[in-house]
Write a protein that binds this ligand. Sequence first.
Ligand code: ACO
Length: 428
Amino acid sequence: MSEKATLNIHGKSYEFDVITGTENETCIDIQQLRAESGIITMDPGFGNTGSCYSSITYVDGAKGILKYRGYPIEEIAEKASFTETAYLVLYGELPTPQQLREFSSRLREHAPLHTNLEHHFSGFPKEAPPMAILSAMLNLVSCFHPEVLEVPTTGEQFDRTASLLLSKVRTIAAFAYRMASGKPINHPNPNLSYCGNFLHMMFSDPYQEYEVSPVVDKALNLFLVLHADHEQNCSTSTVRVVGSSRANLFSSVAAGVCALWGPLHGGANAAVIAMLEDIKDSGRPLNHYLDRAKDKDDQFKLMGFGHRVYKNFDPRSLILKNQVHEVLKALNIQDGLLDVALELEEATLKDDYFVSRNLYPNVDFYSGILLRAIGIPLNMYTVMFAIGRMPGWIANWKELHDHKQRISRPRQIYTGETTRPFIPLMER
Ligand code: ACO
């Protein structure tokens, strides 16, 4: 007999199924609570609410474990390219050599943008944030490929649409950067790898083809691999909420981009660099920043620290920290921001405020230093996160449809005025 949880309230007793996942995570299925009792549960920020069943990514925040489709992130980070990881996240299995070739060739095929779409980039003001451009252009892309608006979640049409999106997001990102920098766009080169092509579109000049160094290619692959999915975070939940109305894949991920933009989520990677630069340039002692972060009357937080789920350490931050050391050494770069970052991490590890609240560096803490080392401009950091997260968003959108999930529609407890008489304007 399956285990049951009992709730006693207002003199009545209600029973609910207890459900256990494959990694022994347990939940109480309260779907019938309101129908049976008229009572709802309250969980602002959804810190304690499961919104779906998923077989894509597993996170154990207490132990610092992250797996995509059952494979530990440490192994994937060491052995897989971003393209291979994207295939795994999307389809649930590692690709055979033949499947990977076909997938890569679809990505190459879809890299160019429709010529009329290219003109739209010049309509954005020069200072337009690349995340705004990315979100807008993702919706626009679908207008040039109307067949993607009605996409099944399996079969040839899904394969085509998923690879079109994965490929074009990279071209849009690079074009947005070129336009904003007043530089001519570089069209994709079908002979280059996923990351090599992105770097070429970002950095080649008319008279000088960008030469992709293996160190930079590896670092970019790793960055994207580490961002490929992270279960029901703010942006992925947004993709699912939007997709639950049966909105198309492109509008759903465009909404995901907007959710990711905020500094408490993906926007933290750029905010970390701004914070480290401020610490370095101001000459103020680290304690000044630690004290501000602890002060509840001060809006300041240590960016790149803390996580809703990880209460031990974020395994991605450990991998990135090692990679930063490796890349700086290989490229012979001295970056004073790394010294500041290391000192800051060390100081927090000795500080009871951070230790008692389990505030450790998250994925965004060292990723900015890595992106800086490989020449990615600061205003593109969160866009890089969005490119990396695309496989996860698509896989979650697909899974939502495969599971025929109901439209997302939370409840609330109303705290406003009760019924009162309307007073006509002249009498007020
Ligand atoms: N600096 C100082 N104090 C912090 C920080 C921080 N970075 N993060 C959390 N705290 C404190 C809170 O003030 C709170 O203190 P209290 O218990 O005395 O009230 C306690 O730690 C718990 O934090 P919550 O805000 O409840 O944690 P929550 O899960 O809601 O937020 C979040 C998580 C948004 C990541 C938060 O830690 C934060 O703002 N960090 C900085 C921004 C950041 O790095 N975001 C990227 C996250 S990773 C990602 O999205 C890809």
